[in-house]
Design a protein around this ligand. Structure first.
Ligand code: ZN
Length: 205
């Protein structure tokens, strides 16, 4: 958990874009929120921060959102729906919970639509997936979905996703720590708050 003010200064601690999307809700414990994705421009700003889109795509998406506010709202809701699905899927990893089929169906469909927006192109001596221009407002959700599916299907080759133990936090992160026993999204915030509470409790006890 952190104490950010807006989507522009929220901490990016998940270690993966799919987990950072989940962490755009500040607290997922007894209290839920605040939600830092309030408008489509918030989503576009966040997508720029995590390198899902580039500056020129960001500018054109903001223009598109301004011209079509109703469509922008629909896209924001789609992104939030994907966010809650990713929270359920990756939040269940620690206890080996199998994802719900309906959640996997939503993710599959977003991936299929996202794949249709990509093309293989030769670049720098190799071949890479590139995005079909121009970017459309749907692309942010599609790109997150493709990246999330890669994370999901690489479970045997990567470190585990964990849930922060901080009180009222619930953020998700890839545990890249050396020992593989990281407990907090951030040692500076949730880790230190937990240590202070324990210190006080020990003194009282
Ligand atoms: Zn935390």
């Amino acid at each position: 958990m952190s104490t950010p003010k807006t989507i522009d200064d929220i901490n990016l601690l998940g270690g993966h874009v799919a987990l950072d999307l989940v962490n755009t809700v500040d607290s997922r414990g007894d209290k839920w929120g605040p939600d830092y994705l309030v408008s489509y421009p918030d989503l576009a700003d966040w997508a720029l921060r995590v390198d899902l889109i580039d500056r020129s795509e960001h500018a054109s998406l903001l223009k598109e959102a301004q011209a079509g506010p109703a469509a922008a709202d629909v896209e924001l809701e789609n992104a939030k729906k994907l966010r809650e699905i990713l929270h359920r899927i990756f939040g269940g990893e620690e206890r080996d919970a199998a994802p719900l089929e309906a959640d996997l169906d939503f993710l599959s469909s977003a991936c299929a639509q996202g794949a249709a927006r990509q093309k293989l192109r030769a670049k720098e001596g190799g071949v890479i997936w590139t995005h079909v221009p121009p970017a459309s407002m749907t692309d942010i959700t599609f790109r997150i979905a493709l990246s999330a599916a890669e994370l999901l299907t690489s479970r045997q080759q990567r470190r585990p996703v964990r849930i922060c133990h901080g009180r009222n936090c619930g953020w998700l992160f890839l545990d890249l720590s050396r020992g593989g026993h990281r407990r907090w999204c951030s040692d500076k915030t949730c880790g230190s708050a937990t240590r202070v509470r324990k210190f006080r409790a020990d003194r009282v006890g």
